[in-house]
Design a protein around this ligand. Structure first.
Ligand code: ATR
Length: 272
């Protein structure tokens, strides 16, 4: 039986084993997927040990996504653009590092929410790793405009410089929260503010009529950002769909089979 795992620290909370077990059952794939707690100073050793045990691939979560970039012998374009790796494939040529987070977000918006990105005005809140990981996949869908707004504007400007060279020329722009101009069809919160029950201080005027508001965080009840967005008429999505879709992308990479995600997402939601 082929073996996969997710490395993190902590890792006990990870829903990935449950998601991949559901995908495997649904597609008839014979595989095992487990949680692996890697020591904070022992990520590379933990990966090598798993490979020696016959592991075929792995997911990588906090705090090892940057270290996984260094460990990989080859990176996909999207992993390089993200500066982070969340999926490892152990191949004959060595360790390949990929990043499925952005593709997961895009799949959740386009397939699950039924919202087209092409030609839309997109606002990304935050400029940390979570946001950097999703910019390229969003740009690939050719939004009319993609504004990255952050508390520390310089970090948003750095991202804009990077992605202008990667197809975002004339599309991406940076802003502080207080100076965001115009209204947006898709507003994505990729800041860590929801963790402390804070809302990025953006004007309600950013929410275009009928817009989609998505928070990369999730929980049993809507985040404060989603509550704020609901008050201004937005359609809401939390980060659970992105979580399931990034897993589906990894599963597809490893197994060559695209799992269906709807029921898996509903089952996870029911247990929150
Ligand atoms: P991650 O890898 O999860 O994105 P990160 O790199 O630490 O984590 O980035 C966290 C993001 O959340 C940053 O954009 C941060 O803003 P700064 O760059 O100004 O630090 C943002 N953030 C964290 N707490 C916030 C808060 N209370 N309000 C608004 N933005 C916040």
């Amino acid at each position: 039986m082929d073996r996969y795992c997710v490395f993190g620290n902590p890792i006990a909370h990870s829903k990935s084993p449950e998601i991949h077990a559901a995908f495997a059952a649904q597609t008839g794939q014979d595989l095992q997927y487990e949680r692996r707690l890697a020591p904070l100073d022992g990520f590379a050793d933990a990966v090598r040990a798993f490979m020696a045990e016959g592991g075929k691939g792995a997911n990588v979560t906090v705090p090892f996504k940057l270290e996984a970039v260094k460990l990989a012998q080859a990176l996909t374009i999207r992993a390089r653009a993200a500066g982070a790796v969340n999926t490892l494939v152990f191949s004959d040529e060595g360790i390949i590092g990929d990043n499925t987070d952005g593709a997961g977000l895009v799949a959740d918006i386009v397939r699950n929410a039924g919202v087209t990105i092409t030609g839309k005005r997109v606002l990304l809140l935050g400029a940390g790793g979570a946001v950097r990981g999703v910019v390229l996949p969003l740009l690939e869908h050719r939004p009319a405009r993609l504004v990255i707004a952050n508390r520390t504007v310089a970090k948003a400007e750095e991202l804009v410089q990077q992605f202008a060279a990667l197809g975002g020329e004339g599309v991406v722009a940076a802003s502080g929260f207080g100076e965001i101009e115009g209204e947006y069809d898709i507003i994505i919160n990729g800041t860590a503010a929801s963790l402390s029950a804070e809302v990025p201080p953006v004007s309600p005027s950013v929410f275009a009529s009928g817009c989609l508001a998505l928070d990369m965080m999730y929980g049993a009840s809507p985040t404060v950002f989603l509550q704020f967005a609901a008050g201004h008429g937005a359609q809401l999505r939390d980060g659970l769909g992105m979580l399931v879709e990034q897993a589906a992308e990894a599963f597809q990479l490893w197994r060559g089979v695209q799992p269906a995600t709807g029921e898996v997402l509903n089952n996870l939601r029911a247990k929150l």
